[in-house]
Design a protein around this ligand. Structure first.
Ligand code: C2E
Ligand code: CA
Ligand code: CA
Length: 517
């Protein structure tokens, strides 16, 4: 038994852990992104509040653009003092500033602001700047409004408040935050590092509604922080997934053990003599006598009762013990036949599984059987399935050729239930075609034509094959089949499969040719 057998067990062990590692990574990213979006939300709301207040001032400032500085200044100074966020209010004529709440009447070029570069006049301002002429190192938000005759007003919002908010929000999650309004310079958290600009932010949002200017907030997280979050989740869930893996592996192992032990059970059942054979007579329409039997295996399991043959045969095929089982069967038939007094040439049908048919064992197994039953000189009929023909790689064909040359015959069992068998029939030399009981049961009591059945019978005759019909339970089925020249009939109409001793007794009572009534 190769070590491949342990692959499912190993997979069952490892798979939950792998899933957990993958899942927790996505979960970690999701968690960090959620926190980042909350942080961004705080910054967005605060920016909104500041901008709303600035906007109010801006609207009122429009009226002041009609006045000269002396007249407007007291009002501007009062507004600037009362509003906590405002650094200065400005009035400009084209691109020259003539009045400022901070310095009073003045005359300097708007280009002073171009160090925090914007070539527009104040009328088009709405952006974040890294500084202003009066406080070059403190961020600001500049908002402007057009007035009359080339004049404009502007509000310079001090960025300190915004900066503080960004800084404190950033500490919530090892974040590096950047906020940009309009086409301006970003306001960045103190935690901002050089590489932050070159990596993909874990969270980014773009809002259009900020008084017509785009507000962009990006949150960057250092890989270590993500790794840490991931690690945290792994520590929680890996032990659980290890446990799940262990449980799964244990289940897989148990399953394998029980499958393996099914093979063992079949072997033990053989050794314990739990199998026996039942024989179902086959009637020959030509001679009016019973010319043979089909051997059918039975497993009487202590404590369970009869196990259905199609179930344990399929299991034996799957578990690779079908050859052993058939060898055992042949031994049982040999033993039974020592008591029989059937004439030479009496047909004994044995079902042969595909694996056996294409194995090296078949020829020696059959030869040994023929030798052991030589006293009775039975005519051995191997019942093989269409599947065997289709799957054959050459060995089955050679086995069939060898054995037929030695007088063994071959029947195709369950004909018509497989597929594409016609072409194979021409290639494989066989002797009988057993029509599946499904087709026999399709015969109607009123004698109406069973088309498929008729075609199969005709085809078999064309190919020179004798037909065996199985599952014949009713007289009208018998009549229908014999009318169409079907040579052999098998079914409950004559007899159910019988234990060897019962079969002998039954057979002894059939000395004269019979026609069922
Ligand atoms: P199969 O080779 O087609 O066997 C014929 C089945 O039809 C048998 O079922 C038989 O009992 C049943 N039968 C016989 N006459 C009638 C009837 O008039 N009406 C109905 N409804 N059924 C009838 P069984 O014995 O249960 O076997 C089922 C299948 O198990 C077999 O189908 C065969 O494929 C497999 N099998 C049985 N014994 C062996 C064996 O020794 N070796 C192998 N490889 N397969 C076997
Ligand atoms: Ca059969
Ligand atoms: Ca059959």
């Amino acid at each position: 038994m190769s070590s491949w057998r342990f692959l499912p067990v190993a997979l069952a062990m490892v798979l939950p852990v792998l899933l957990c590692v993958g899942w927790s990574w996505f979960h970690a990213v999701g968690e960090v992104r959620k926190d980042a979006s909350i942080a961004a939300g705080v910054v967005r709301v605060q920016t909104g509040t500041i901008l709303t207040q600035a906007r109010e001032l801006l609207v009122r400032l429009v009226d002041l653009t009609a006045k000269d500085c002396g007249e407007a200044l007291p009002t501007m100074q009062r507004w600037a003092t009362l509003n906590p966020y405002v650094r200065a209010l400005i009035l400009a004529q084209d691109d020259r500033i003539y009045c400022s709440s901070a310095v009073g009447a003045t005359d300097y070029s708007i280009t002073e602001f171009h160090r925090w570069p914007r070539s527009m006049t104040p009328a088009g301002w709405l952006y974040t700047a890294q500084g202003t002429p009066m406080a070059p190192d403190r961020p600001a938000i500049l908002l402007g409004v057009p007035g009359r005759d080339g004049r404009s007003g502007a509000v310079v919002v001090d960025g300190r408040n915004l900066q503080d908010i960004i800084n404190s929000v950033a500490t919530l999650g090892d974040f590096q935050i950047e906020l940009t309004l309009g086409e301006g310079a970003p306001v960045r958290s103190a935690s901002w590092t050089d590489w932050a600009g070159s990596v993909e932010p874990v969270y980014q949002e773009m809002t259009d509604s900020m008084n017509g200017a785009k507000l962009r907030i990006s949150v960057v997280v250092p890989p270590q922080a993500l790794g840490l979050e991931w690690q945290k989740l792994l520590l929680t869930y890996v032990p659980l997934s290890l446990l799940a893996g262990a449980l799964l592996a244990w289940a897989a192992y148990r399953l394998q053990r029980s499958r393996q032990s099914y093979r063992e059970q079949l072997r033990r059942a053989m050794a314990a003599g739990e199998f026996h054979v039942e024989y179902q007579p086959v009637y020959s329409q030509v001679t009016g006598r019973f010319e043979g039997v089909e051997a059918l295996m039975r497993w009487m399991r202590p404590g369970t009762g009869l196990v259905r043959p199609d179930i344990f045969i399929a299991a034996a095929e799957q578990e690779g013990v079908i050859i052993e089982l058939t060898q055992h069967l042949l031994g049982l038939i040999e033993r039974d036949m020592r008591e029989w007094d059937t004439p030479p040439g009496f047909h004994v049908g044995v079902n042969i599984a595909p694996e056996h048919l294409s194995s090296e064992d078949l020829v020696p197994d059959v030869r040994a059987f023929v030798a052991a039953t030589a006293a009775r000189q039975p005519l051995l009929v191997l019942e093989i399935t269409e599947r065997s023909l289709i799957e054959d790689s050459g060995r089955a064909r050679r086995n069939i050729d060898t054995l037929r040359a030695e007088g063994v015959r071959v029947a195709i069992d369950d004909f018509g239930t497989g597929h594409c068998s016609l072409s194979y029939l021409q290639k494989f030399p066989v002797d009988y075609l057993k029509i599946d009981k499904g087709f026999v049961h399709a015969i109607q009591p009123d004698g109406e034509e069973a088309l498929v059945l008729d075609v199969i019978i005709m085809l078999a005759h064309r190919l020179g094959l004798s037909v065996v019909a199985e599952g014949v339970e009713q007289r009208f089925q018998f009549d229908y089949l014999t009318e169409r020249g079907v040579a052999f009939i098998q079914g409950y109409l004559f007899s159910r499969p019988l234990r060897s001793a019962d079969f002998m007794a039954w057979y002894a009572g059939q000395s004269r040719p019979v026609v069922p009534d």
